[in-house]
Write a protein that binds this ligand. Structure first.
Ligand code: FA5
Length: 339
């Protein structure tokens, strides 16, 4: 048996030496050292030997097998080196080629929309002011001329925190904070998160509004209309028209809903504008004297206008997005389109 083992070793070593590639060398390894290879076959013969001879013969055959395994490793290393050298001689690495581009992130479309709106209105003197997300009932409602039990409270489904605190339902309370803190003339914008118990494809329970407030002397609807028409043309394009529809907000008098002609169909009527040619973007009006008084200013001396736009609504109209939930799903295939 030992003799046979040595014969296999000699034959295999010769075959390993002659093998020109690592692939063929591996095939030889299987032939000689594999589970069903020649050595395994030989080992089966151990069982036929006497108990006394078996350990010694087994030991010697194993030594031969180990020698064959190291012969394989030596040849493998030689072939690996040869193949690598050949590659290095024939293939060239061009270190001057640019690497693959790292994927670039971009700002969230709502952040971009808010920055764009602020950018436009800051050109005509508006500055940014923020307010708390948790408001007292007084700031969110009463100071804005919405007393308790007033039916107007039903216009906004409110998340109450306790009897006197709410998640603000609109950015209008910032009007009060600003009038309390600053002296007229006041010209501010307030972008931020608001909350309402409201959810469908165009309504979200947590969305963004941008509030505008101007307080000065002798402010009229003409000033409001001029500002909003300027803004709409800057944001959507010069072809877009603005329409003011009489409406009701307790904190403005008179009040008007602001519509713009649909930028997707240029006012012809499409799915985005429910085939009316017009889309509502927000509410507006002249600040109610009661609101000016609540904030501690003299309503005989000062007048003002205010408006509040839905930021998601503005982005949806401009980019033709038909489902508000897309903004919060964090799908990079959607968000990456606003690069
Ligand atoms: C208000 O919130 C008033 N505070 C706006 C205002 C400010 C009027 C100053 C007068 C003076 P309204 O509830 O209509 O109004 O909301 C304003 C805009 O927010 C809507 O036109 C719409 O664009 C957007 N909006 C309202 N509810 C949702 C919602 N659930 N999801 C997304 N956008 C909404």
């Amino acid at each position: 048996m030992q003799k046979k083992a040595k014969l296999i070793l000699t034959e295999a070593k010769e075959a390993f030496e002659k093998s020109p590639t690592t692939k063929l060398l591996y095939d030889l390894k299987v032939k000689y050292l594999g589970k069903q290879g020649l050595f395994s076959e030989l080992m089966k013969g151990l069982g036929k030997l006497s108990k006394e001879d078996r350990p010694q013969v087994g030991k010697e055959v194993n030594i031969v097998k180990n020698e064959l395994e190291s012969a394989y490793q030596v040849r493998l290393q030689q072939l690996d080196d040869l193949e690598m050298n050949k590659k290095l001689q024939t293939e060239h690495l061009d270190l001057t080629l640019p690497g693959p581009d790292a994927p670039r992130g971009n700002q969230h479309p709502l952040t971009q929309t808010m920055q764009e709106i602020v950018g436009i209105l800051s050109k005509i003197g508006f500055t940014v002011r923020t307010g708390p997300l948790i408001e007292t009932d007084w700031y969110n409602f009463e100071a804005l001329n919405i007393p308790k039990d007033h039916p107007a409270r039903d216009m906004q489904d409110t998340f109450y925190i306790d009897d006197t605190h709410v998640l603000r339902t609109h950015t209008s309370p910032v009007q009060i904070h600003t009038m309390q803190d600053e002296k007229p003339p006041i010209r501010i914008l307030s972008p931020g998160s608001v909350f309402r118990c409201d959810a469908d494809v165009t309504h979200s329970p947590n969305f963004y509004q941008i509030e505008g407030l101007l307080i000065d002397k002798d402010v009229s609807m003409a000033h409001l209309k001029g500002t909003i028409s300027f803004f709409v043309k800057q944001y959507f394009g010069t072809k877009i028209k603005t329409r003011f529809r009489p409406s009701f907000f307790p904190f403005t008098e008179p009040s008007a809903e602001v519509d713009c002609s649909c930028p997707q169909c240029n006012g012809k009527g499409c799915r985005i504008c429910s085939h009316t040619g017009w889309i509502e973007i927000g509410g507006s009006g002249l600040v109610h004297p009661n609101v000016i008084k609540s904030a501690g200013l003299d309503s005989d001396e000062f007048t003002g206008y205010a408006f509040g736009f839905g930021v998601e609504r503005m982005a949806m109209i401009k980019y033709g997005v038909d489902d508000i939930r897309l903004f919060n799903e964090n799908d990079v295939r959607f968000l990456g389109q606003f690069n």
